[in-house]
Write a protein that binds this ligand. Structure first.
Ligand code: NAD
Length: 494
C-alpha cells in the first residue's frame, strides 16, 4: 500500500539539482556536485550543486539588488500578503512531491511529512502572510511640539542556515517572517536534505515572488554556510542547528560585518515525573513519543527522564514496553512507527553514545541496529538507559537519536536542580496532578517552553526558542518578526 495518490514513490528522481539564484536554476560556479543519499537504503537519490563562496556572492548580490529595487521590500504589505498566500496554496497543492522528497532525503515517515510537516509548513507561511498587514508602528509620547514616528524596517538581506530534521519547516520558521516583513533571502539547506528546498524554490517563482528575493545555495556547511556567515553584505543570519556551529556563526559575524545572528540550537530536555501523577500509562505514552518521534532527531526531544523513585520501576517498564512495540522500517510504509536516522554517520554517532553510556548505566532496551532491516539503512532501535549518572556524558550531551536517559530523584528541589543542570535550556515537561506543583516547578525551570502533562507543545502563535546555550531570539509568533526588522524613528520637529 502507498500513501501517495499522485506519485510513484519508487520512481527515480531527476538526477541533477542546481542552485536557485535570481529566479533561475543555475549550476555551481565550480560545476561541482555532491550526492544526496536515501538513509533507508543508502542509495544515491540525486547529484546536487555544491555551492561555494562565488555562488553565495552571486546569491547575496541578487538578493541585495532585489531589496534595493523595492519590488518586494517597498511593496504594500497587503500585496506581499497576497503573494505569500498564493505560495502557501502552492505548497499545499504540491504536498505529495514535497513530502516524498523529505521522506526519501531525510528518512522521515511519509505519514508524518504528508500529514504534518508539509501542511504545517504551509500553515506557518499563511500565518505570517496574514500578519504582514496587521503589524503597526508607534507614535512616541514625546513633547507635543514634535512628532516621533517609530516604524519597523526590513533589515535587507537575510541568510538562513538550517538543519535536516524538519528541512522545509525549519526553513519556513525563518522564511515566512523574513519575507512577510520585506526582506530578501539566501537559504542554505542542510547538505543531508537539500531536495525539498529546491522544489520549494520553484514554487516561489510560480507564486510571483520577484526574482532575487528568495535564493537557495545548496552545499556543505564549511563551504556555502561559512561563506554566508562571513559575507559582508548579509544583514542578519538566522540559524538552526547545533550549539557548536551556532558559536561559529557568532564568530563569523565578529570577523565580518557584525551581522545580527539568531541561533536556535540544541537541547537536553527533561521530563520530570512526580509520584502524585495517577495515570502512568498516559505519562509513558507521552514520554515515548517525546523521545522516539522523528527517531529522536528533534531539538526539543525529551531525552532525559527524571523520575521520582516511587514510580520509577512502573514507569520505566511501561516506556520500555512501548519502545519494544514500535515497528521500525521503511519511512514510506504506512505501518512504520519509526524510520531510519538521517544518515549512516548519524547512526554511528548515536551508537557510539550508547556504547559509552552503557558502560556506566543499565541498558534496558535497544542499543543496537535492529535485525531484519537493510544493513545499508541508518536504523537504530529505540533505546533506554537507566541509572544514568548526573555527571555523565549521556546526562549532558545531545545525542539526537532515539535514546532515553533515565535518572531517579527523591525531592522536588532535587528534580528542579537536575533539570536545570545542563548547559541547555530549550524545553522541559512536568508530569503532576497537582496544579500548585505544576505552577511551582514550571516557574523554576530554565527552559523556553515548559509543557505540563504533555511533551513538546508547539504552535505557530507561540514563541519557540531557548535559554543558555540553546540559543536566543525566538522563532514563531509575532515576536519572530522583530528579528527581521529594525526600529527606525523619524522625528518631525515643530
Ligand atoms: P549542524 O549544526 O551540524 O548543521 C546545521 C546547519 O549548519 C547545516 O545547514 C550545516 O550545513 C551548517 N553548518 C555546519 N557546519 C558549518 C560551518 N562550519 N559553518 C557554517 N555552517 C555550517 O546541525 P544538524 O546536525 O544539521 O542538526 C542537528 C542540530 O540542530 C541539533 O543540535 C538540534 O538540536 C538542532 N536543532 C535545533 C532546533 C531549534 O529550533 N532549537 C530545531 C532543529 C534542530
Amino acid at each position: 500500500m502507498t500513501l501517495f495518490s499522485t506519485l510513484d514513490p519508487t520512481a527515480p528522481l531527476s538526477p541533477d539539482r542546481d542552485l536557485f539564484i535570481d529566479g533561475a536554476f543555475v549550476p555551481a560556479a565550480s560545476s561541482e556536485t555532491f550526492a544526496t543519499v536515501d538513509p533507508a537504503t543508502g542509495a544515491t537519490l540525486a547529484q546536487v550543486a555544491r555551492g561555494g563562496e562565488p555562488d553565495v556572492d552571486r546569491a547575496v548580490a541578487a538578493a541585495r539588488r532585489a531589496f534595493a529595487s523595492g519590488a518586494w521590500s517597498r511593496r504594500s504589505p497587503a500585496a506581499r500578503k497576497a503573494v505569500l498566500l498564493k505560495l502557501a496554496d502552492l505548497i499545499d497543492a504540491n504536498v505529495e512531491e514535497l513530502a516524498l522528497l523529505e521522506s526519501l532525503d531525510g528518512g522521515k515517515l511519509a505519514k508524518d511529512t504528508l500529514q504534518w510537516d508539509i501542511p504545517g509548513t504551509a500553515a506557518i507561511l499563511r500565518w505570517y502572510a496574514e500578519a504582514a498587514d496587521k503589524v503597526y508602528g508607534e507614535v512616541a509620547p514625546v513633547d507635543p511640539a514634535h512628532l516621533a514616528v517609530v516604524t519597523r524596517e526590513a533589515l535587507g538581506v537575510v541568510g538562513a542556515v538550517v538543519p535536516w530534521n524538519y528541512p522545509l519547516e525549519m526553513a519556513m520558521w525563518k522564511i515566512a517572517p523574513a519575507l512577510a516583513t520585506g526582506n530578501s533571502m539566501v537559504l542554505k539547506p542542510a547538505e543531508q536534505t537539500p531536495l525539498s528546498a529546491l522544489a520549494f524554490a520553484r514554487l516561489t517563482a510560480e507564486a510571483g515572488l520577484p526574482d532575487g528575493v528568495f535564493n537557495v545555495v545548496t552545499g556543505y556547511g564549511a563551504e556555502a554556510g561559512q561563506a554566508l556567515g562571513l559575507h559582508m553584505d548579509v544583514d542578519a543570519l538566522a540559524f538552526t542547528g547545533s550549539t557548536r556551529v551556532a558559536k561559529l556563526f557568532m564568530s563569523y559575524s565578529a570577523q565580518s560585518n557584525l551581522k545580527q545572528v539568531w541561533p536556535e540550537c540544541g537541547g537536553k530536555s527533561a521530563n520530570l515525573v512526580f509520584p502524585d501523577v495517577a495515570d502512568l500509562d498516559a505519562v509513558a505514552d507521552a514520554a515515548a513519543a517525546g523521545i522516539f518521534a522523528c527517531s529522536g532527531q528533534v531539538c526539543s526531544a525529551n531525552s532525559r527522564l527524571l523520575v521520582h523513585r516511587d514510580v520509577h520501576d512502573a514507569l520505566v517498564e511501561r516506556i520500555s514496553d512501548r519502545a519494544r512495540a514500535l515497528r521500525i522500517g521503511s519511512p514510506l510504509d504506512p505501518a512504520t512507527d519509526m524510520g531510519p536516522l538521517v544518515s549512516a554517520e548519524q547512526r554511528e554517532s548515536v551508537l557510539a553514545f550508547v556504547e559509552r553510556g552503557a558502560a556506566q548505566a543499565r541498558l534496558v532496551v535497544g542499543g543496537s541496529v535492529p535485525a531484519d532491516l537493510p544493513t545499508e539503512g541508518a536504523y537504530v532501535a529505540p533505546t533506554i538507559l537507566d541509572g544514568v549518572a548526573t555527571d555523565s556524558e549521556l546526562f549532558h550531551e545531545e545525542v539526537f537519536g532515539p535514546v532515553l536517559a533515565v535518572t531517579t530523584f527523591d525531592t522536588e528541589e532535587e528534580a528542579i536542580a537536575l533539570a536545570n543542570s545542563t548547559r541547555y535550556g530549550l524545553a522541559a515537561s512536568v508530569f503532576t496532578d497537582s496544579f500548585a506543583r505544576a505552577n511551582r516547578v514550571s516557574g523554576a525551570l530554565t527552559a523556553g517552553t515548559v509543557t505540563i502533562n504533555g511533551v513538546d507543545a508547539l504552535d505557530v502563535s507561540v514563541p519557540f526558542g531557548g535559554f543558555k546555550q540553546s540559543g536566543f531570539g525566538r522563532d514563531l509568533s509575532l515576536h519572530a518578526m522583530d528579528k527581521y526588522t529594525g526600529l527606525k524613528t523619524r522625528w518631525f520637529s515643530g
